[in-house]
Design a protein around this ligand. Sequence first.
Ligand code: SF4
Length: 362
Amino acid sequence: MFELEHIVNPLLKWFHGHARVLPWREEPTPYRVWISEIMLQQTRVEAVKPYFERFLAELPDVSALASVEEDRLLKLWEGLGYYNRARNLKKAAVIIRDQYQGELPSEVSLLMQLPGIGSYTAGAIASIAYQKPYPAVDGNVLRVISRVMEDHQDVLNQSVKKQYEESLQAIMPKDQPGAFNQALMELGAMVCVPNGAPRCEECPWNTFCLAKKRGCIAELPHKAKKKPRVIEEKTVLLIQDEKKVAIRKRPNKGLLAGLYEFPMLEGICTRDQVIHYVEQLGFKPIYVGELERSKHIFTHKEWHMLGYTVRVDELDRPGSDVDLGGFELIETRETEADYPIPAAFVAYTRYLNIKLGNSKYQ
Ligand code: SF4
């Protein structure tokens, strides 16, 4: 039987010698830890860094976040994906401002009542910002623990995650819970990595790791097969004149809620079908050109897209009563500054010279 407490001392020693310098680690206030942990969900550290700096510069505290306009918030988040994370940040900030005098609570049970905060994020805030002995179990931690103990249970099963949380809580060093949790995450990110071979020769556990000893690293963590993603085909249209382009705000609920999109047709359309659609809208296309195909992967579905650029003479002719089906005609400059467009369209925004997310600042 593997004694999990063996992992603690070698891990902390390794972490104190190898921890990366990260902007949110320098000053781990509850607000900064919270924002960074939400940004880091599903997103690489290197990609998050500039977002984090910009976000904190513009929204330095709970009260600024609670009162930010949604479009501005989504613009700050543009390109990070999973936009409900940003909306939940604002919802939670309003509650923290109104019910907790602007200070994040330190108890995991209270943190978990806030929108967008699950057991992992609550544990990270409580342990890193408040030094409370709560575990923070994410995908990295599930991987390293399942390997070191050679556990073949399905790590996607919530009861397995709960088991890990309880086991880690029992061995957590009470004097440095924040360092312990960060060390586990760091080991998963830097040494016992998710893709490719782990760097066992650099690992502080390599003398006793059971997966290494028994040669089954590649089988762990075990994840039961998920349903395949649904594939949806779309045709994306960049309908534009000299200055403007047609975009529309998506509904406030569902996929990419509240973000802006280009006109889209279901399925992959031919050039003739596109011309027919644009003519139905009352425009005379001057030029219709096929762009490349692109793919965007969401959690449960994939969009396989084909783009067209559609040049028309004038989009908003004075006196025109053309119904654009809810589309607004926006100068492309304004689009970049004020209208959040999801990264799903990144293959096509470059044809309009619109930069999204981080690329805007490069
Ligand atoms: S020894 Fe290798 S497999 Fe085991 S925890 Fe370390 S890096 Fe992962």
